[in-house]
Design a protein around this ligand. Sequence first.
Ligand code: ASP
Ligand code: MG
Length: 409
Amino acid sequence: MGLIVQKFGGTSVGSVEKILNVAYRVIEEKQRGHDVVVVVSAMGKSTDSLVALAKEITEQPSSREMDMLLTTGEQVTISLLTMALQNKGYDAVSYTGWQAGIETENIHGNARITNIDTAKLKERLNEGKIAVVAGFQGVTAEGEITTLGRGGSDTTAVALAAALKADKCDIYTDVPGVFTTDPRYVKTARKLAGISYDEMLELANLGAGVLHPRAVEFAKNYQVPLEVRSSTEKEAGTLIEEESSMEQNLIVRGIAFEDQITRVTVCGLASGLTTLSTIFTTLAKQNINVDIIIQSVTGTSKTSISFSVKTEDLKRTVEVLEEYKDALDYEQIETENRLAKVSIVGSGMISNPGVAAEMFAVLAEKNIQVKMVSTSEIKVSTVVNEGDMVKAVEALHDAFELSKQTAVI
Ligand code: ASP
Ligand code: MG
């Protein structure tokens, strides 16, 4: 007998019928003799609908009121699920984030959890109750209601699992696990039996979407075993742990990709020591997220710098660069749209040199031009034309044999 935290995402609680199914999955664990804490998201797309409602009133709602609005979504689900559990004869009680003792920093819209006071939850669990907690929300020391950023219910679940020293945290979702790449694009994509925290963190940051990156960070820091699994199927999902014991030998574990990338090149910059810091400090101050950066010194006195941004941020990026043209002292800006980022991820890269070279060779063989590159210990990202994106992913998936399941213990 142990303590299990179960988290159910929006699609898994999208209707009354689905909430009843969730109740059944919770009861199953309870019947196995476990203590259970359940974390839920808002029903279906209701967070999006709330955002849209606010937009009907103002383009720039205050972030405090947005948090007030969005936290209502999860509150609907906790009460309905708790009613469903009670109706089946189980002793359950629902809590908002603040009732559950989830304290956050004083930032609206994207707050980090700073502390969890688990006293109340522990008491309820000792009484044999099932605790149902609203995901994605917390409270500041000043008593202000905050949210953890879109997709943040995962983080609530993992943080609670860490604070309560749970034996396991199961993330139930509408897909059966973490795949080698997006199965909607690549037919041979395979569900991974396991993946390491570090690999998952890279994939989550590269937009893989199954898990909130901060949830993976928490899981790693507190060594919480995580499983991503289907809320409708019984099959095992993907186990996320320090070192995957389920998948072996593969150098590349997964491929992430993202379209709508733009390359911005600032040409004719005076090549001083502070050029780089000035330009990127200026962009950072305006909250523009720059991804891959390439600097090439063309002459002795002039340099140009290229970087990639999400296409949706291009307009603001150019506005900022133009506004600071004098201070930055450049000649012109060039932009290239319709690009995509394709990244390979795998812990095995640390001890296997030549993976990047192999990636470039595979892409070259398919006549795919690589426009930008960035690497980390366990990742290589390339920027290619958007039209080549799926072809690149398929070729890499094939070349690195990702559809083959390697030794399972
Ligand atoms: N309901 C919130 C969202 O849609 C939080 C979550 O689902 O994790 O982002
Ligand atoms: Mg999610």
